[in-house]
Design a binder for this molecule. Sequence first.
Ligand code: URA
Length: 202
Amino acid sequence: MSKHDEMKKIRDELIEFRRSPLFEYRTSNGYFPVVGEGSHDAKIMFVGEAPGENEAKTGRPFCGAAGKFLTELIEGIGLKREQVYITNVVKDRPPENRDPTPEEIALYSPFLDRQVKIIQPKAIVTLGRHSMGYVMKRYDLDLELDAISKIHGKSFETVFFDDDNQPHPVTVIALYHPASALYNGGMRDTHKKDFEILKRFM
Ligand code: URA
């Protein structure tokens, strides 16, 4: 199956994901699941937490205020949004933008694992502590896991395995969620500085 078809299969499964506790909330509000967007051959894959209202209304990740800042950061290192891949751990909007529950993360994360195998990125960049926690535990970096204030902007080498059980090296980089700069302007410089580390994957 082509990358495009594999990703389409994920989208079709998400549309029909009735066993999710977020399914009823999505359909009763006319929301969309947010699969992800960008290049299926991206070297850098950004992983946020869960869609907010703008994202659920449009089906596009990071398209609200936090997304605008994320785009600015991506362009600030000389990349275009279309050159990277952007997704979330949880693909449906939790009510009132609450944090995703551990059960929701467990339920949706297999879709993210499949997306990692499809895209085969060189770097997985987590945005916020929930995606950091999931991705670092999933890819055997439990021992390196710490408070985001301690490990933001650091890189961790690990591997993921494809469906033929072949290992692929990948670097995991934990960054603060871009929304943090919306309520604390001082964070903008921290984000810009942390983003510099991504230049080596371009
Ligand atoms: N916050 C996220 O974590 N993901 C989005 O897609 C938008 C806001």
